[in-house]
Design a protein. Structure first.
Length: 561
């Protein structure tokens, strides 16, 4: 961080815009409304992830307009550009789901390219759906400019028969419908009510998990993450963020001054305390990689094992993001971490204060029930565990929030794709005690590491959520709950031992021992892995083909460098 008096706020853009030799560049920009006065100010890139393909990012044009108002008011010139966005929820269970995790890399790459190409002095990135949030922060980590990430906010609860519902209820209703527990009309009623407007999914699913994580980390404005997308306060949050990024620039505070090993540990602790999405493991590993920080998957387990679960949030709990905002929002969780001695207090935030300052400033609503007191946690330890064993030598991720089981032993039901597994669930072929094994859905083998929410929600809807276990080299949605192990690594397509499992083999989940094993000898596993042939690649060309060839293991974040 450089003192304001010493920091040249136009050091980068001046090389693009100043001097006689840059007349052509200025001419282009003047033709679209940037005058000499605007071009003499610092240039702030506004990376927008707006799209009309989903509610999560649908409203971000209006958010961006307010952000740009704030930037201009603070004395800089905004230049907005757009990147891609893929909805996990809409593509779930469909071939298009393969593109979701891939889009994270494309988002990061495109923000990096435009920001370098157009010589921005600072960048504010506006995110919404699951992959846009880590994708934007990965880009900011690479660029290491004065930076802010602003989340667009969560959707408000749906209303049905005087009850609040979310998209989670739709996925689970599909399973209930499949076994005849609800009618066609009841399913339609839930479908029509669950998503009432703009904003990301309402529970502590992946979007809200990552928004929380990055607010606690310090790259997002204090108190901004849980403000719903369609409440009046959201516009002021956006304008304030525009002013803030200019202030960050004037102070010379760079992204990697904020994104450190210690601040990422704070983010991990917030995920564990909130019962957040297992996808946070994948995304925070990726951010650490981009920021050149040595972060190991085992560290998530170390932090989770000493962090109490205090947030009663869906999918495993009772409340949605709107209720969390009403309770005081993310700062309340930071305050609990501080009280528990689990917060790295001296981490610098974009506001210029410390993590401890931010936590102490929390304004908790009296009588709120969303975040419990430290002496009355929902569970003594956090919502994530990392298991290893002969099925996952590089590790896998288990979500512990929302269920009580920590041990399961049962016969394997083996499927070579999510589609085949879902077909078996629809036909009621999965029985109590089974272990559903879904492989060839990893980062390379999928490609794209699809989420299994369609399968897991259907199992819950059929009443099997507490009686079966599931493991996969793919991912789970943040809306998933039940006894599930995802990110099993190495994946089947790369010779992982998950490829050795056959129908009827006994699989053992043992959280206490942090182990995931199949009851086979090492020699038998090696023999079967050598004999196993994954299905041929679905994509050999285009973006999915390139991704499949270059993506890393899930155990280091499924990055493509």
């Amino acid at each position: 961080m450089t003192p304001e008096s010493e920091f040249d706020t136009r050091k980068i853009s001046s090389e693009l815009l100043d001097g006689p030799e840059r007349a052509a560049a200025r001419a282009y920009l003047k033709g679209i409304g940037f005058d000499d006065e605007a071009l003499a100010k610092p240039i702030v890139g506004v990376a927008n992830t707006w799209t009309e393909t989903m509610p999560c990012n649908f409203h971000l044009r209006a958010v961006s307009a307010a952000v740009k108002d704030g930037i201009r008011a603070a004395g800089a010139t905004p230049m907005e550009f757009n990147t891609v966005a893929i909805s996990d929820g809409i593509t779930m269970g469909h071939e298009g789901m393969r593109t979701s995790l891939v889009s994270r890399e494309v988002i990061a790459d495109s923000i990096e390219l435009v920001s370098r190409g157009h010589a921005f002095d600072a960048v504010i990135a506006i995110s919404g759906c699951d992959k846009t949030i880590p994708g934007t922060v990965m880009a900011l980590s690479r660029l290491n400019l004065p930076s802010v990430m602003l989340y667009g906010g969560s959707i408000l609860p749906g209303q049905l028969n005087d009850e609040e519902i979310s998209i989670q209820d739709v996925f689970e209703a599909v399973g209930a419908h499949a076994v005849g527990n609800i009618t066609d009309q009841q399913l339609l009623d839930i479908e029509n009510a669950a998503s009432p407007g703009a904003g990301a999914c309402g529970g502590q699913f992946t979007a809200n998990t990552m928004a929380m994580a990055f607010e606690v980390l310090g790259i997002s404005p204090a108190g901004s993450a849980m403000v719903p997308a369609e409440v009046g306060a959201r516009k002021q949050v956006a304008e304030d963020a525009g002013r803030l990024v200019v202030d960050v620039l004037k102070r010379g505070l760079l992204a990697r001054d904020v994104i450190t090993k210690e601040s990422i540990q704070n983010a991990i602790a917030s995920v564990c305390m909130s019962g957040g999405s297992t996808n946070a493991v994948l995304h925070l590993l990726a951010v650490a990689y981009e920021a050149e920080i040595d972060l190991k998957i085992e560290e998530f387990d170390e932090i989770s094992s000493k962090t109490p679960l205090t947030c009663d949030l869906k999918p495993g709990g009772r409340f949605l993001a709107k209720h969390f905002w009403d309770a005081g929002g993310v700062p309340v969780v930071a305050n609990r971490l501080l009280e528990a001695g689990l917060l790295n207090e001296n981490c610098i935030r974009i506001e210029g204060n410390t993590a401890a300052d931010y936590a102490r400033d929390a304004q908790e609503t009296a009588g709120q029930q969303v975040v419990t007191a430290l002496d009355a946690p929902l569970k003594a330890t956090g919502g994530i565990a990392i298991l290893k064993g002969n099925l996952a030598p590089e590790g896998c991720v288990v979500k512990l929030a929302g269920h009580e089981r920590v041990f399961h032993e049962g016969p394997a039901r083996v499927f070579e794709s999510e589609k085949l597994a879902f077909a078996a669930v629809e036909k009621n072929e999965i029985k109590p005690g089974d272990v559903v094994v879904i492989r060839n859905e990893g980062p390379a083998g999928g490609p794209g590491m699809r989420e299994m929410l369609q399968v897991t929600a259907a199992l819950v809807g059929e009443g099997l959520g507490e009686e079966v276990a599931l493991l996969t080299d793919g991912r789970f949605s943040g809306a998933t709950h039940g006894f599930m192990a995802g990110h099993v690594a190495p994946e089947a397509a790369l010779g992982g031992p998950i490829s050795a499992v056959q129908e009827g083999d006994i699989v053992v989940f043992d959280v206490a021992k942090r182990e995931l094993n199949v009851q086979l000898s090492d020699d038998e596993i090696a023999k079967r892995v050598a004999e196993y042939q994954s299905p041929p690649p679905l994509y050999t060309r285009g973006v999915l083909g390139k991704y499949s060839r270059h993506v890393s293991s899930a155990s280091i974040g499924a990055v493509t460098n």
